[in-house]
Design a protein around this ligand. Sequence first.
Ligand code: AMP
Ligand code: ZN
Ligand code: FE
Ligand code: FE
Length: 269
Amino acid sequence: MPADLHLHSTASDGLLSPSEVVCKAVACGLTALALTDHDTVNGIAEARKAALNTAAELVPGIELNSFAHNAEVHILGYFIDYHDPYLIRELKRLQLDRDERAAAIVKKLNKLGISLSFEQVREIAGQAPVGRPHIAKAMLDAGLVKSVKEAFDSYLALGKPAYVPRSRLTPDKAISIILKAGGVPVLAHPGLLNRDLMIPHLIEKGLLGIEVFYPAHDRDMVERYAAICRRHNLVMTGGSDCHGPGTGYPEVGSAVTPDEELEKLKNLL
Ligand code: AMP
Ligand code: ZN
Ligand code: FE
Ligand code: FE
């Protein structure tokens, strides 16, 4: 009874619409899936509707991108009340920050001789909170780079010439936003983050789980994070982080949450 609790849609930077993500999950035989778009809950209502009358349960989720110790710390939130006015207000703020950041990145690109406008980027993002993947796609569409990867490797990644630091949402604040919205905060892909020393502090701030099962986690990582979960009585989640076909991200269902851990997650509510 697999549950993929880490999926993106067109509501952020995924390629499939929320309903398409649900269809795909059902076709894969998943019994539960969480839509965890970056900094937005805009896809959840559509996904929830699509999941009605299917064998799959839709878990309302989010992935908040925060920053600490010179690293991107992603906090997943499960079973959030996605109508919560406080949550909506905070997300609106994050999206204004994202617009400002994207505009600053475009300005840097312009100084580097790359002719691209903020409007071109905005158009690609549509209703979604704008992110670097949209800028990369705009550069690709304008023939300025040969691939999204080249856009990141040459311009957009941390340390590259058009990089602009993200708004300073801290992991503490991200955890607090999720808790206030009635959700369960979980540290995403700690193996990619590589800042294990931060974990006890995050637990103190209210972290309730760790994404132990993740496609890029090797066996040592899974064992290490499972041990931390057992020691601190945290829930162990798993998910693919699928962004859609051809994005270079893993497929739906390529990492999953064990049944008993999903139960544990629900009992935390
Ligand atoms: P942003 O939220 O605007 O900082 O963009 C972060 C997103 O960009 C991540 O969630 C990934 O989907 C994507 N991303 C980050 N680094 C890379 C990279 N080197 N190559 C391709 N995509 C990337
Ligand atoms: Zn993403
Ligand atoms: Fe992430
Ligand atoms: Fe993700």
